[in-house]
Write a new protein. Structure first.
Length: 395
């Protein structure tokens, strides 16, 4: 097997469009690494440069210890699985699998052994004599995977291979590709625009924006410690909520003062934000870190009670009673989206809208009514703060 290294790699097309800019990336030996980003961000261009299907404008690409900038695709010892499967329609599955091996003049016995082994791994024995038009989308994808596996390459490259499958088959094929990686123990580089695919499949993930790597890390660190606003907003579903405001200091405490609400800054973030007093910042908070509570009964003077069965969640915030009250934001419920195990709620405060995500077991849906005002507790310990100009995380 082999690692893949990109050093200061850029791609500029003749019309001066820069598809990739100063990309530095290392895919470790036997690693499953995912490139993720919005459509048109340059991730497929990066993959195609590794495969040799696009020329490198600047920089160097290594596969193993070999510089491959001038090496033709057929000699790079890579196998690529495309979005459209790229099977030869006039050939059977068996012929598709054996084509590259016959081209490289492998002995018939070796070819038969590899095809049998691959068919066993993918469960496609009964499909070997069919042509692509007689296969379902999932079967074609297995055949395309099989054609890559029989070559036993140093590196597997996947260019959005599941985009043409329906939701059920995408989930199934995600699992199969991960199992395949565990079984083959080979280097795999996978491109997708679907952040759920990226989070569930990648050992590490490189988030791409406008041809640049924004952050390369594990799924957990990308989610909990994003380096900038783009990564924070791209990773997670529903995405992170953002609010513009500034940092105020009153009676020795720091507060985030937004357009329509304020919350007390957690002691965990005070050191980071001390120098930002009086300055503008962007607050980010994930939908699962906002908890709805009943509005106080003003007629009886009663205290706010949880609207959901989640008292332990409130205790985990490690906030005293006064801090909880300072982090309550009264908001209007705009939309309820039952998702089965989870429920998504959309709220507005002033002119700002944001989302809340709760486990369905934590709430009593019959108590929720669109249009009513509900008090929400913002978990200040889980807040993220970003510079509004550079959009970099304040650390």
């Amino acid at each position: 097997m082999a690692k893949v290294i990109l050093k200061n790699v850029s791609k500029v097309y003749p019309n001066s469009v820069r598809a990739a800019s100063n990309v530095n990336l290392e895919v470790r030996d036997k690693e499953f690494l995912v490139l993720v980003g919005p459509s048109g961000c340059g991730k497929s261009t990066i993959l195609r440069m590794i495969a040799g299907l696009e020329d490198v404008s600047e920089g160097e690409i290594y596969i193993g210890e070999r510089l491959v900038n001038e090496v033709p695709p057929k000699d790079r010892d890579i196998a690529m699985v495309f979005q459209n499967y790229a099977l030869y329609p006039h050939m059977t599955v068996r012929q598709n699998l054996t084509f590259a091996l016959r081209l490289h003049k492998h002995p018939p016995k070796v070819i038969e052994e590899r095809v049998s082994k691959t068919a066993e791994i993918l469960g496609i024995f009964d499909l070997l004599d069919r042509k692509p038009r007689a296969l379902s989308g999932g079967q074609r994808q297995r055949a395309a995977l099989g054609r890559a596996i029989v070559r036993e390459p140093l590196v597997f490259l996947f260019d959005e291979p599941l985009s043409n499958l329906d939701a059920k088959f995408r989930v199934q094929m995600r699992t199969e590709i991960k199992k395949l990686h565990q079984r083959l123990q080979t280097t795999m580089l996978y491109v997708t625009h679907d952040q759920i695919e990226a989070m569930t499949m990648g050992e590490r993930i490189a988030v791409i924006k406008e041809g640049r790597v924004q952050q390369l890390s594990t799924p957990a660190l990308l989610y909990h410690q994003p380096v900038n606003k783009f990564v924070a907003g791209f990773i997670g579903s529903p995405p992170m909520n953002f609010f513009e405001g500034k940092i105020d200091c009153r009676e020795g405490n720091l507060y985030f003062q937004g357009a329509s609400f304020q919350i007390k800054v957690s002691r965990l973030h005070v050191n980071r934000l001390d120098s930002k007093e009086g300055k503008e910042v962007t607050l980010g908070i994930r939908p699962e870190d906002i908890y709805p509570v009943k509005s106080p009964d003003t007629s009886g003077g009663g205290a706010a009670k949880p609207l959901f069965n989640g008292a332990k969640l409130l205790n985990r915030m490690n906030l005293n009673t006064s801090s909880k009250e300072e982090n309550i934001v009264r908001s209007k419920l705009e939309l309820i989206e039952p998702m089965g195990a989870e429920t998504f709620l959309s709220f507005s405060v002033g002119k700002e809208s944001f989302n809340v995500r709760l486990e369905s077991a934590q709430i009593a849906p019959e108590k929720l009514k669109v249009g009513e005002n509900i008090d929400l507790i913002f978990n200040s310990e889980r807040c993220h703060y970003f510079d509004p100009r550079s959009e970099e995380a304040i650390v």
